[in-house]
Design a protein around this ligand. Sequence first.
Ligand code: MRU
Length: 348
Amino acid sequence: MKSLFQAINWSGSSLQLLDQRRLPDEEVYLDFTDAPAVADAIRDMVVRGAPAIGITAAYAVVLAAQQHITRSPSDWRTPLLRDIQRLSDARPTAVNLVWALQRMQRRLSRAGDAPVAALLDEAKHIHQEDIDANIQMGKHGAGLIKKGDSVLTYCNTGSLATGGYGTALGVVRSAWAAHKLDRVFAGETRPWLQGARLTAWELVHDEIPVTLITDNAAAFLMQNKQVQWVVTGADRVAANGDVINKIGTYQLAVSCRYHGVKMMVAAPLSTLDMEMVDGSQVTIEQRPEAEVLELSGQRIAADGATAWNPAFDVTPAALVDYLVTEAGVIAAPDTAKLAAFHSGLPSV
Ligand code: MRU
């Protein structure tokens, strides 16, 4: 696996994040020493992507423990728990954020009065397990793809959005390495342009030829039989298989079904939310109107217009052909299949 950059770095005492707002123009790392600043960075999309924000939050808990134990050796738990709550509130939709924070809290509860080393160990495990899961998902997903197929991927699901390698982009990387793919298309992903700015940047880095399309070209691409697959990630998968992912995923899934294109969702187990019965219960993050009304800080919409800017949507399970996890593939996921799959997993 080629790895040209690391979006999340633990330096030994601080956390460095590649500022994704400035890509692809500049590769700038920001240095963080306290959790509230990391929470702001998650909210402001310095780092984004469901697994990546979980990993980042886990390291931020280490920063918080370091800081509060030094400042108030007798009462560090109260400010630490306040920081954990602040991290948890940074973005509402991706379950990986709360999943990682709950894992850090479980480790904290077993760690005694000097928890920094234990917390750092847990954060590093969360990080490495995500990379391992992505490589497994890449293999499982690529196994479904036939030689000569072409794929459309969406948003950014690669090394920038995860611990490394990627979810859906891991499938693309793995299928490309196996010489299966004819072409890789990427949707530009308005309004934040994760596809145009980040996915294209990663694929160019990896020397995988990428063809960008505007988001509104997807149905026509399918009608012209140029793709056999849409491969996306997920920010949360509900217990019935509903997929919550970047706004626009739902319309891709609808178009896939109409055109006979297969819809594959690659998501690690940390993205499964077995407590959420279906996708109707999720909180969909609403982002600032300016993301739609402006481009690179420049107003492009007519003065007086307003914008509606949900960051995610819900794709009903019935439109998902394959759910790919590190533990295996579920075809046509539904409540019964997911429950059976989940009960067969080793307990953590
Ligand atoms: O708003 P973002 O950029 O954090 O949204 C990211 C996505 O929707 C990804 O598709 C998702 O996190 C799954 S893959 C890592």
